[in-house]
Design a protein around this ligand. Structure first.
Ligand code: SAH
Length: 227
């Protein structure tokens, strides 16, 4: 159980969404290099089957991205774990984080389950409305905004962590600028179907250190808002 989540009976799950099935996903993440027990625990306690259509619920604990409508996807659990883990690397203790690309709300919920203050921005109104319902029913106070997240959310910044969950050809300067000293940004950067997951840290002297966490595939970061 996670004291930060209010779990109704349907969140506990049965059969293909049971705790045993979820534990198997955690073992798989561990086998694939995820080490941070706090992150593994958050993923264990967040009911991913509530973030996809009922018809896909039986696949929710596979380590795979799944469609959420509007041509978008809920990220693969390993990618969610890796991005989240990066925020805590080298003893970094983030408090306030920004996510660009709310989608299903799953990544934001994993961050909230870790006790972080979460701000998230989504450009597709329909997706954001459904995600907000999920935050409410889980009792989470996630701050969200319908906007083009490429401008970030400067009014609430700076952030200790920024996760960009859609791929772009280049890093977005407006987002890097919203990093607090010591803050970490993780973003997929590259061509449409093959990005590198980049991790940037704003050092105390203001310089930016950069690491490549490996290849990933994300849906594209697009401009403007819809519905
Ligand atoms: N983090 C999500 C995965 C989302 S997929 C989850 O956990 O489910 C990427 C999301 O980014 C899509 O919902 C897409 O609409 C959104 N997106 C793409 N470009 C965006 C932009 N400029 N601003 C905000 N959201 C954007």
């Amino acid at each position: 159980m996670n004291p930060r989540l209010r779990l109704q009976p349907e969140a506990i799950g049965v059969g293909m969404t049971s705790q045993r099935v979820r534990d198997r996903l955690i073992e798989r993440l561990r086998d694939n290099g995820i080490r941070d027990e706090r992150v593994l625990n958050a993923i264990r306690t967040v009911p991913r089957h509530l973030f996809v259509d009922e018809a896909l619920a039986t696949r929710a604990y596979e380590d795979t991205a799944l469609p959420i409508g509007h041509g978008q996807t809920i990220s693969q659990p390993w990618v969610v774990a890796r991005m989240t883990e990066a925020l805590f690397e080298d003893g970094h203790a983030p408090q306030k984080v920004l996510e660009v690309g709310t989608g299903s709300g799953y990544q934001a919920t994993v961050l909230a389950a870790l006790g972080l203050e979460v701000h998230t921005v989504e450009r597709i109104g329909d997706l954001l409305r459904v995600a907000r319902k999920r935050f409410r029913s889980l009792g989470l106070n996630v701050r969200s905004k319908h906007d083009d997240g490429r401008v970030g959310w400067p009014e609430n910044g700076p952030y200790d962590g920024i996760l960009v969950t859609a791929g772009a050809p280049a890093l977005v300067d407006a987002l890097t600028e919203q990093l607090a000293p010591g803050g970490i940004l993780v973003a997929p950067v590259g061509a449409a179907n093959a990005q590198q997951l980049l991790m940037l840290r704003r050092e105390a002297d203001g310089s930016i250190a950069r690491r490549d966490l490996g290849p990933v595939v994300f849906v594209p970061l697009l401009s403007g808002t819809i519905g």
